[in-house]
Design a binder for this molecule. Structure first.
Ligand code: FNR
Length: 183
Protein backbone atom coordinates (compact mmCIF):
# COMPACT_ATOMS: atom_id res chain seq x y z
CA UNK A 1 0.00 0.00 0.00
CA UNK A 2 1.49 3.34 -1.06
CA UNK A 3 0.81 6.40 1.05
CA UNK A 4 0.07 9.85 -0.34
CA UNK A 5 0.20 12.87 1.97
CA UNK A 6 -1.83 15.98 1.29
CA UNK A 7 -0.42 19.26 2.61
CA UNK A 8 -2.71 22.30 2.79
CA UNK A 9 -1.36 25.84 2.59
CA UNK A 10 -4.14 27.46 4.62
CA UNK A 11 -4.71 27.23 8.37
CA UNK A 12 -8.16 28.77 8.52
CA UNK A 13 -11.11 26.64 9.60
CA UNK A 14 -13.30 27.39 6.59
CA UNK A 15 -10.48 27.04 4.07
CA UNK A 16 -11.57 26.37 0.50
CA UNK A 17 -8.26 24.60 -0.04
CA UNK A 18 -9.07 22.24 2.82
CA UNK A 19 -12.37 21.48 1.10
CA UNK A 20 -10.43 20.71 -2.10
CA UNK A 21 -8.09 18.44 -0.11
CA UNK A 22 -11.06 16.65 1.51
CA UNK A 23 -12.61 16.19 -1.94
CA UNK A 24 -9.55 14.48 -3.41
CA UNK A 25 -8.81 12.36 -0.32
CA UNK A 26 -11.23 9.49 -1.19
CA UNK A 27 -10.02 9.53 -4.82
CA UNK A 28 -6.93 7.66 -3.63
CA UNK A 29 -8.04 4.06 -3.22
CA UNK A 30 -7.14 0.48 -4.11
CA UNK A 31 -3.40 0.21 -3.66
CA UNK A 32 -3.12 3.88 -2.62
CA UNK A 33 -4.27 5.64 0.51
CA UNK A 34 -4.12 9.33 1.34
CA UNK A 35 -4.37 11.47 4.42
CA UNK A 36 -3.86 15.10 5.34
CA UNK A 37 -0.53 16.03 6.94
CA UNK A 38 -1.14 18.95 9.31
CA UNK A 39 1.49 21.71 9.41
CA UNK A 40 -0.05 24.28 11.76
CA UNK A 41 2.11 23.32 14.73
CA UNK A 42 5.48 23.70 12.97
CA UNK A 43 7.52 26.53 14.44
CA UNK A 44 9.26 28.84 11.96
CA UNK A 45 12.51 27.38 10.75
CA UNK A 46 15.65 28.49 12.58
CA UNK A 47 18.91 26.86 11.47
CA UNK A 48 20.54 27.39 14.88
CA UNK A 49 18.39 24.61 16.34
CA UNK A 50 19.62 22.12 13.76
CA UNK A 51 23.23 23.29 14.08
CA UNK A 52 22.99 22.73 17.85
CA UNK A 53 21.18 19.37 17.37
CA UNK A 54 18.19 20.74 19.28
CA UNK A 55 15.38 20.63 16.70
CA UNK A 56 11.91 21.17 18.12
CA UNK A 57 9.77 18.10 18.79
CA UNK A 58 7.29 19.26 16.14
CA UNK A 59 10.06 19.44 13.51
CA UNK A 60 11.36 15.98 14.42
CA UNK A 61 7.87 14.45 14.38
CA UNK A 62 7.13 16.11 11.04
CA UNK A 63 10.39 14.89 9.46
CA UNK A 64 9.77 11.33 10.67
CA UNK A 65 6.19 11.48 9.41
CA UNK A 66 7.11 12.66 5.92
CA UNK A 67 9.49 9.69 5.60
CA UNK A 68 6.43 7.40 5.84
CA UNK A 69 4.86 8.86 2.69
CA UNK A 70 5.57 7.85 -0.88
CA UNK A 71 4.11 10.93 -2.58
CA UNK A 72 2.87 14.40 -1.65
CA UNK A 73 0.06 16.56 -3.05
CA UNK A 74 0.19 20.26 -2.17
CA UNK A 75 -3.14 22.09 -2.12
CA UNK A 76 -2.67 25.78 -1.47
CA UNK A 77 -4.00 29.28 -1.90
CA UNK A 78 -1.95 32.22 -3.16
CA UNK A 79 -0.93 34.95 -0.73
CA UNK A 80 0.26 38.19 -2.34
CA UNK A 81 1.11 36.40 -5.57
CA UNK A 82 3.29 33.91 -3.75
CA UNK A 83 3.11 30.76 -1.66
CA UNK A 84 1.76 31.10 1.91
CA UNK A 85 4.47 31.13 4.57
CA UNK A 86 3.11 28.02 6.31
CA UNK A 87 3.71 25.81 3.31
CA UNK A 88 7.13 27.28 2.57
CA UNK A 89 8.05 26.77 6.21
CA UNK A 90 6.98 23.12 6.05
CA UNK A 91 9.19 22.60 3.00
CA UNK A 92 12.11 24.34 4.72
CA UNK A 93 11.75 22.26 7.89
CA UNK A 94 11.60 19.01 5.88
CA UNK A 95 14.64 19.96 3.81
CA UNK A 96 17.04 20.24 6.74
CA UNK A 97 19.41 19.55 8.48
CA UNK A 98 21.68 19.65 5.45
CA UNK A 99 21.90 16.24 3.81
CA UNK A 100 18.70 14.93 5.44
CA UNK A 101 16.08 16.26 3.03
CA UNK A 102 12.97 14.13 3.65
CA UNK A 103 11.28 15.28 0.43
CA UNK A 104 13.97 13.81 -1.80
CA UNK A 105 12.54 11.88 -4.75
CA UNK A 106 8.89 11.85 -3.65
CA UNK A 107 6.54 12.45 -6.61
CA UNK A 108 4.43 15.57 -6.06
CA UNK A 109 1.48 17.45 -7.49
CA UNK A 110 0.45 21.07 -6.96
CA UNK A 111 -3.17 22.21 -6.86
CA UNK A 112 -3.90 25.87 -6.19
CA UNK A 113 -7.29 27.35 -5.36
CA UNK A 114 -8.07 31.00 -4.78
CA UNK A 115 -10.98 33.38 -4.80
CA UNK A 116 -9.14 35.38 -7.47
CA UNK A 117 -9.54 34.92 -11.21
CA UNK A 118 -6.19 33.28 -11.95
CA UNK A 119 -6.50 30.44 -9.50
CA UNK A 120 -3.27 30.92 -7.59
CA UNK A 121 -1.04 30.76 -10.67
CA UNK A 122 1.77 32.67 -8.90
CA UNK A 123 1.63 30.48 -5.84
CA UNK A 124 1.54 27.32 -7.94
CA UNK A 125 4.70 28.19 -9.85
CA UNK A 126 6.64 29.65 -6.94
CA UNK A 127 5.97 26.44 -5.03
CA UNK A 128 7.23 24.44 -8.02
CA UNK A 129 10.51 26.39 -7.83
CA UNK A 130 11.16 25.02 -4.32
CA UNK A 131 10.11 21.51 -5.38
CA UNK A 132 12.88 21.54 -7.99
CA UNK A 133 15.44 22.28 -5.29
CA UNK A 134 14.18 19.66 -2.81
CA UNK A 135 14.15 17.18 -5.71
CA UNK A 136 10.46 16.27 -5.92
CA UNK A 137 9.50 15.23 -9.45
CA UNK A 138 6.23 17.12 -10.00
CA UNK A 139 3.26 16.45 -12.27
CA UNK A 140 3.49 18.93 -15.16
CA UNK A 141 0.20 18.34 -16.97
CA UNK A 142 -2.60 18.82 -16.43
CA UNK A 143 -2.01 21.97 -14.38
CA UNK A 144 -4.52 22.66 -11.61
CA UNK A 145 -5.57 26.25 -11.01
CA UNK A 146 -8.98 26.70 -9.39
CA UNK A 147 -10.10 30.32 -9.75
CA UNK A 148 -13.17 31.84 -8.07
CA UNK A 149 -13.20 28.85 -5.76
CA UNK A 150 -15.84 30.51 -3.57
CA UNK A 151 -18.33 30.06 -6.42
CA UNK A 152 -17.65 26.30 -6.57
CA UNK A 153 -19.14 25.57 -3.16
CA UNK A 154 -22.57 23.92 -2.73
CA UNK A 155 -25.17 25.04 -0.21
CA UNK A 156 -23.98 22.38 2.23
CA UNK A 157 -20.42 23.69 2.01
CA UNK A 158 -18.91 21.08 -0.28
CA UNK A 159 -16.96 21.38 -3.55
CA UNK A 160 -19.49 21.16 -6.41
CA UNK A 161 -19.72 18.23 -8.83
CA UNK A 162 -18.18 20.05 -11.79
CA UNK A 163 -15.08 20.98 -9.79
CA UNK A 164 -14.94 17.55 -8.23
CA UNK A 165 -14.95 15.96 -11.72
CA UNK A 166 -12.11 18.29 -12.74
CA UNK A 167 -10.17 17.30 -9.63
CA UNK A 168 -10.75 13.61 -10.40
CA UNK A 169 -8.94 14.16 -13.72
CA UNK A 170 -6.01 15.78 -11.93
CA UNK A 171 -5.82 12.95 -9.39
CA UNK A 172 -6.02 10.28 -12.13
CA UNK A 173 -3.08 11.92 -13.92
CA UNK A 174 -1.11 12.18 -10.69
CA UNK A 175 -1.73 8.50 -9.87
CA UNK A 176 -0.49 7.48 -13.32
CA UNK A 177 2.58 9.73 -12.92
CA UNK A 178 3.21 8.40 -9.39
CA UNK A 179 3.00 4.76 -10.51
CA UNK A 180 5.36 5.32 -13.42
CA UNK A 181 7.95 6.81 -11.11
CA UNK A 182 7.63 4.27 -8.31
CA UNK A 183 7.24 0.98 -10.22
C1 FNR B 1 -5.17 36.48 -0.31
N1 FNR B 1 -5.91 36.13 -1.43
C2 FNR B 1 -5.30 36.17 -2.68
N2 FNR B 1 -5.91 35.61 -3.78
C3 FNR B 1 -5.27 35.58 -4.98
O1 FNR B 1 -5.82 35.06 -5.95
N3 FNR B 1 -4.02 36.11 -5.12
C4 FNR B 1 -3.35 36.69 -4.08
O2 FNR B 1 -2.23 37.13 -4.24
C5 FNR B 1 -4.01 36.73 -2.82
N4 FNR B 1 -3.40 37.27 -1.73
C6 FNR B 1 -3.90 37.07 -0.47
C7 FNR B 1 -3.13 37.41 0.64
C8 FNR B 1 -3.61 37.12 1.92
C9 FNR B 1 -2.73 37.42 3.11
C10 FNR B 1 -4.88 36.52 2.08
C11 FNR B 1 -5.39 36.19 3.46
C12 FNR B 1 -5.64 36.22 0.99
C13 FNR B 1 -7.29 35.65 -1.33
C14 FNR B 1 -7.32 34.15 -1.17
O3 FNR B 1 -7.38 33.55 -2.47
C15 FNR B 1 -8.57 33.75 -0.39
O4 FNR B 1 -8.54 34.35 0.88
C16 FNR B 1 -8.71 32.23 -0.27
O5 FNR B 1 -9.97 31.93 0.25
C17 FNR B 1 -7.61 31.67 0.63
O6 FNR B 1 -7.66 30.25 0.63
P1 FNR B 1 -8.39 29.42 1.77
O7 FNR B 1 -7.98 29.95 3.10
O8 FNR B 1 -9.90 29.61 1.54
O9 FNR B 1 -7.99 28.01 1.52
Amino acid sequence: MAKIGIIIGSLRKGSFNRKVAETILPMFKGDLEADIIEIAELEMYNQDLDDESTPTQAWTDFREKIKLYDGIVFVTPEYNRSVPAVIKNAIDVGSRPYGANVWDGKPAAVITASTGAIGGFGSNHILRQSLVFVNMPTLQQPEAYLGHIDSSITEDGKIDQRTSDYLQGIVNSYIEFFKQLTK
